[in-house]
Design a protein. Structure first.
Length: 143
């Protein structure tokens, strides 16, 4: 027979489950709405955004080493590699060897990728506002 949780432990479990539900609702809504309108999944958008943020405010190319990008997007190495390949095939990023370290791969945002990001950003922020606000979880993955 399983032991019963203390009230404090039961509250932690309830908070954990609420967090999981909110994450799932937000991720599914982002995937669905970004996909329908801009052909991007949540993770693709996140990579584009990290490239925009990663270069600072200068006018230079929006580039990051894959090794710097990887820990920020919460994907396995193989999943990130496949995602980058999809973005490259879609003309949104380019992939090249790092000139300073030939072992490193650099991802650079293209003009098309920058434009797609610029177009999708307002929807991304609207979905975050809608799903992470005080409204109850809607379970949009099952729609």
């Amino acid at each position: 027979m399983a032991e019963l949780d203390s009230p404090a432990q039961a509250e932690l479990v309830a908070q954990w489950r609420g967090l999981l539900a909110r994450h799932a609702d937000t991720a599914c809504t982002l995937d669905r709405e970004l996909g329908e309108r801009y052909g991007l999944g949540m993770s693709e958008f996140e990579v584009l955004e990290r490239l925009v943020e990663g270069c600072g405010s200068g006018d230079g190319p929006h580039s990051l080493r894959v090794s710097d990008l990887a820990p920020t997007v919460h994907l396995s190495q193989s999943a990130l590699s496949r995602l980058i390949a999809r973005l490259e095939k879609g003309g949104l990023v380019t992939r090249s060897m790092c000139e300073a370290d030939r072992r490193a791969v650099v991802i650079t945002l293209t003009d098309a990728g920058c434009e797609r990001y610029r177009q999708a950003r307002p929807l991304h922020r609207e979905v975050l506002s809608r799903t992470l606000g005080e409204a109850p979880v809607t379970g949009s993955c099952s729609n």
